[in-house]
Design a protein around this ligand. Sequence first.
Ligand SMILES: [Zn+2]
Length: 280
Amino acid sequence: MLHGLSRLLPEIEEQGLDEAAVYRREALYERPRFEQGRGRLTPARGALLCPVCGRSATRFLPFGLGGRPNARCPDCGSLERHRFLWTFLAERTPLLRRRLSILHTAPEPCLEPALRARHGRRYVTLDRFNPKADVRADLTDLPFPDGRFDLVLSSHVLEHVPDDRAALSEIARVLKPSGIAVLLFPFDPKGITREDPAVDTPAKRLAAYGHPYHYRIYGTDTPQRMFEAGLEATLVASADVLSAHRRRRRRINRNHLFLARPRSTAAEHGDGPGERSRGH
Ligand SMILES: [Zn+2]
């Protein structure tokens, strides 16, 4: 996506394209179709494995600015972060063990069919722009009652939201007390969150954050930010979930996600993240 949007920057600026128009041009909502004969699938032993679609491949397709090798599954189109997210969901959450009420924001075409098939009408997709989403709404103003969902999935969405604190509060509100949110976004484990109100045009954002519609790069203060919005969050690195061997086979990089739960009423009397460790 980044490759495409960098190329589009002159048009974005000259024609004043908004974010929705840009995403329509890039056909981001479609499941990718690959050229015949590329990335031929074989069940060879020791080959690459895509946990999302369950297929083995002798190689994955290149993707991104520099043509990152072995990045994209030739069958379902998953990238490294999707394969990490799916592995985490499958192995560390009840996603595959019982039916859950799920809110999936800006649903990825490689994940949506499997989730919908498994969870049926309990599975709800939400997007600001995509006409095929079940619900068209903004993450900062969700049209759902309190405590509606067991699981909120939001991958590479929050960095697009100017008022992400409002979005995090809404996620906390619509989660059941026992619910979890799995949140992914550009994350720098070595510094604090970078955002600046002066970075206010697509060109400036591309230069500062690597994308014309990203408003920040999250950093190590993210759990505090989530805590203030009503979520208690834990950072999970891909190395916490998968051995080096499994990461290599699935072509998963150093990815990160946050596992967040609504703060209990008791935790509201605490001073910061980690107050709720007792009894949980
Ligand atoms: Zn796949």
